[in-house]
Design a binder for this molecule. Structure first.
Ligand SMILES: [Zn+2]
Length: 445
């Protein structure tokens, strides 16, 4: 927005200068006779000079009064974010487009298969104007395409979609944890979304906020994706991951069978069936976690706290930790917006103080593991923005950070490639171990 204001001011000043040259004052006063420039410098230095007075008065006037003369092309480029409640018409006007051209623009978009109604609030448009007329608008589409609307000299509009190639390469990274998994991953340029996926893969066997020690190592093999012009895109899936906790290695290897079925195998080559997720929030969004706040900060009384409180920013998506059926979704005076999900005959989970509940999350609805059911808030009796997460085993509260809620492994034998990958990961961690033993020995010496 700032840029926009400055650009508008620049237009006023240039337009003002244009008026000065165009006849309000003789051309010679500004630029001097025969190119000496002496007169102009004198006049410009004198505060009382007619040029200054005129320039001051021009400053007060709105831009419309001083249209730029055609012989001086003024190119202006700026970013414009789509505002809430904007229609295509209002948006087109806001960026300086001619209202009479709306139909022509919509037709051009339609001819190229671009949906004009797909604009989202906050989406950025790169606009270029020539002498106040919109001549180009660019908008990113998806992760690797740009929609370009152009206006030619005759005033007709055309749209093309520029698509960049996506270059996808397997990346293998091994790291040692110094303080936290997140820090180590950042240092190795592993994107946050991948750290979240990594945590979810080991979700039921590792409590990442507690079990990780400095010196533990991890390996992740994933699809690194870059667009043709070098921009880093969202990473692809994790093909294999391992973590060595105090000398014990855990691994998960992904396998896609010939018929397209995706399976994951652990380091023993067995295939755990769908486990619960450990965290109802993505790992990278959790700012703190506290399980035993005995004194209720709002009620000011002590009461059993049947859950884990996760602090996370307002509006952070909350996901259900397992497949199940919604048994409650609505508002309660102390719980605030609450969702309860029954997963099977034993387990039920609950999610409280939600800022909002997902549209399709209604009593009786089927929900899949990882589905977003609402957002973090502070509704009901909540002293601050947080998610209260509870797990019940046959109606009795259990600690969700300790519960082992995984079904028994299935009998499917891993393919040879998976076995080879597990061996490979074991070797990698053994090598990290040797290296860290050596460096410890060095430190002692
Ligand atoms: Zn709580």
């Amino acid at each position: 927005m700032k840029k926009y204001i400055w650009a508008a001011r620049a237009t006023i000043v240039v337009a003002g200068a244009a008026l000065l040259t165009k006849g309000v004052l003789p051309h010679e006063i500004l630029f001097g006779r025969a190119g000496t420039g002496e007169l102009s410098r004198e006049l410009l230095h004198d505060e009382e000079s007619p040029i200054h007075q005129l320039a001051d008065s021009l400053h007060e006037q709105p831009a419309e009064i001083a249209p730029p003369p055609p012989q001086q092309p003024i190119v202006r480029s700026f970013q414009h974010a789509v505002r809430k409640g904007a229609t295509f018409n209002s948006l087109w006007r806001e960026i300086g487009g001619d209202v009479d051209d709306v139909t022509a623009v919509l037709d051009a978009l339609k001819d190229s298969g671009v949906n004009a109604g797909s604009l989202r609030v906050g989406e950025e448009l790169a606009v270029t104007q020539l002498n106040g007329e919109v001549i180009e608008v660019r908008k990113k589409q998806g992760e690797n395409a740009t929609v370009i609307l152009t206006r030619d000299d005759h005033g007709s509009y055309a749209v093309k979609v520029d698509k960049l190639k996506v270059i996808s390469k397997e990346r293998r990274v091994t790291g040692t944890i110094v303080s936290s998994l997140g820090d180590s991953a950042t240092g190795l340029e592993i994107p946050f979304s991948l750290v979240d996926d990594f945590v979810d893969l080991f979700s039921n066997r590792v409590e990442f906020t507690k079990d990780i020690q400095p010196g533990d190592s991890f390996t992740v093999i994933y699809e690194d994706r870059v667009s043709e012009d070098g921009e880093r895109l969202a990473p692809g899936v994790i093909k294999a991951a391992s973590i060595q906790l105090s000398g014990k290695m855990l691994a998960v290897v992904r396998d896609v069978s010939k018929d397209g079925t995706v399976r994951y195998f652990d380091e023993k080559g067995s295939m755990p069936t769908k486990a619960f997720l450990r965290y109802p929030l993505k790992y990278s969004r959790i700012s703190s976690m506290f399980a035993f706040s005995r004194f209720h900060p709002v009620l000011k009384i002590s009461r059993p706290h049947n859950g884990v409180d996760f602090a996370a920013p307002l509006g952070t998506p909350v996901r259900t930790v397992g497949d199940g059926v919604v048994v409650q979704a609505g508002y309660g005076s102390s719980t605030g917006n609450v969702v309860r999900i029954k997963h099977n005959d034993r387990y039920t989970t609950e999610y409280m103080h939600l800022n909002s509940i997902g549209k399709n999350v209604r009593k009786g609805a089927r929900i899949g593991r990882g589905d977003v059911i609402g957002t973090v808030g502070r509704t009901g009796l909540a002293s601050g923005v947080h998610l209260h997460f509870g797990l019940f085993d046959k109606g009795k509260y259990v600690d969700p950070m300790k519960a082992k809620i995984m079904d028994s492994p299935s009998e499917i034998r891993p393919p040879a490639a998976v076995i080879a990958m597990i061996e490979d990961l074991k070797k990698t961690h053994a090598a990290v171990n040797v290296a860290s033993v050596r460096s410890n020995a060095k430190k002692k010496a």
